[in-house]
Ligand binder design. Structure first.
Ligand code: MG
Length: 194
């Protein structure tokens, strides 16, 4: 790592990739097996209150409602490279990587997050990829803050932004344009101010 460059810590879901689309496809797949959409969505939401999405766990929870779904059903979700990448995300990373060290810090179950990261083709831009099952990201952010010097967080989650602020680290909340795509230009502008 070049020490002179400040470090930006980037979120993955809803910051660089369209996770809502992944969710939509999960529900579509489950619905096709005969599960009512309301059940598919409801079970998902209940599970997410306790933990990140995990396909095995999701199927296990669906089974409790009387629906048998094979976890392999989701195997093809990530077969097409860059399928969920937001328009402009790659260029955004390319721009950032010229001036900053980039770390990816994502909340989720490692096996599932790794598939998304692999598919997105973003690894080349990051010095390090960190996956945490702690939604606030507090522990890893604290470690990064104490070890890396200046860090700046870019995340669409208010919870993570709050964590960074508590640690006295600058943080930029990702906002979407009307199209639903993050406003990367606004982030680049804000970066000049922090
Ligand atoms: Mg996110």
């Amino acid at each position: 790592m070049e020490l002179k460059k400040p470090t930006i810590i980037l979120d993955l879901d809803e910051t660089l990739i369209d996770t809502k689309e992944i969710k939509r496809r999960i529900f579509n797949l489950v619905e096709k097996t005969g599960v009512p959409r309301g059940v598919a969505v409801g079970v998902y939401r209940q599970m997410r209150k306790k933990s990140a999405f995990d396909q095995r766990r999701y199927c296990f929870e669906l089974k409790k409602t009387g629906y048998k779904v094979n976890p392999n059903l989701f195997n093809n979700l990530f077969s097409k490279p860059k399928d969920y990448n937001y328009r402009g995300a790659e260029q955004f990373l390319k721009n950032l990587s010229k001036h900053f060290n980039l770390l990816l810090l994502t909340f989720g179950v490692p096996s599932f997050q790794n598939k998304k990261i692999e598919q997105a083709g973003f690894k080349q831009f990051f010095q390090k990829v960190l996956i945490t099952e702690q939604e606030s990201k507090l522990d890893l952010l604290r470690t990064l803050k104490s070890g890396t010097g200046k860090i700046i967080l870019i995340d669409n989650s208010k919870v993570s932004i709050y964590t960074a602020k508590r640690l006295n680290a600058p943080a930029i909340l990702v906002k979407n344009r009307k199209s639903g795509v993050p406003d990367y230009r606004a982030i680049l502008t804000k970066l000049k101010e922090v």
